[in-house]
Design a protein around this ligand. Structure first.
Ligand SMILES: [Zn+2]
Length: 291
């Protein structure tokens, strides 16, 4: 359950993709530095972080709980399976129904025996321009888990690809598109592509703010202005998807507070209204998560 205030809808307090990515930088587990940045987030008005670290991505629930306690930030935990490149062996071995059971247990009983319950499904992903058979099995399992638990769904698209296909999939499986957010859409760099998804009825996330090597923030701002003009700003969330030690301030990265300190002023200068910004940061996540 979200509390009143700003919500970052797509972050990782801890994540470990270091084995596959072959660099220790991708093991994000730095307690003091994260607490420091989360405390600053709290001062900036952030009250909730949706932590989309799922099965096999190095979840450490007691660690995250301690960070929540120290910083005052309310963490929303998630369940699901990420994308094929990072699936643990169980995702390939188990049946669709077994995967459903894992997710339903994490929602109803708790994650890894902690009693901490997942409140959202995902990030669940497709690969770059490819939707593998195992990823299809995961998405089918997610539809069933969603129908059983009524929890919302958040997705990962690889560099923004297959967003339309994800929307079509949920539509075909009779999932209420009000309960679905398509992730990383800012990486398409394509306003028309994103507007088509919004018109279909899903939420979308501009959740890689600050990752200039993938997409300039100026482009993100220009597309958001177009979405505002088209009347769909009430279906958009903002986040940074911080996943590496080098993304944090202590390593010279932008840090979690860049979004509020730097990106929001950029949006202002591109004609985004205070009302639109309030919606993306606070109102929209509340409507989406608490419906
Ligand atoms: Zn992702």
């Amino acid at each position: 359950m979200l509390v009143d205030g700003i919500t970052l809808m797509h972050e990782h307090t801890t994540i470990d993709l270091s084995e596959v990515k072959n660099t220790e930088d991708c093991q994000l587990d730095v307690f003091n530095e994260t607490v420091k940045e989360y405390k600053k987030l709290y001062e900036n008005g952030v009250r909730n972080i949706v932590d989309v670290t799922v099965f096999g991505m190095g979840r450490n629930i007691p660690f995250v709980q301690k960070i929540a306690d120290e910083s005052g930030i309310n963490i929303i935990y998630s369940t699901g399976f990420y994308q094929e490149e990072f699936y643990p062996i169980q995702v390939f071995r188990e049946t669709r129904e077994q995967l459903v059971e894992r997710m339903v247990n994490e929602i109803n009983q708790g994650i890894k025996g902690t009693g901490v319950k997942a409140e959202i499904i995902g990030e669940i992903g497709t690969s770059y321009n490819v939707w593998t058979d195992t990823e299809k099995k995961v998405f089918e399992a997610v539809v069933i888990a969603h129908q059983e638990t009524k929890k919302p769904i958040t997705t990962h698209t690889s560099i923004g690809t297959l967003g339309h296909e994800q929307v079509d999939f949920f539509k075909k499986h009779n999932v209420d598109l009000n309960r679905v957010v398509i992730g990383h859409v800012d990486l398409t760099g394509n306003a028309d592509y994103i507007l088509k998804m919004l018109k279909a009825g899903v939420y979308v996330e501009f959740d890689t703010v600050g990752k200039e090597s993938y997409m300039p923030d100026r482009t993100r701002a220009e597309i958001l202005k177009k979405i505002q003009d088209a009347g769909y700003i009430d279906r958009v969330f903002l986040s940074m998807d911080i996943t590496r030690k080098s993304h944090l301030e202590y390593k010279g990265g932008l840090g979690y507070n860049f979004l509020l300190d730097s990106f929001i002023p950029l949006l202002n200068s591109h004609g985004l209204t205070d009302d639109s910004i309030e919606k993306m940061l606070a109102t929209n996540p509340m409507v989406f998560m608490n419906q």
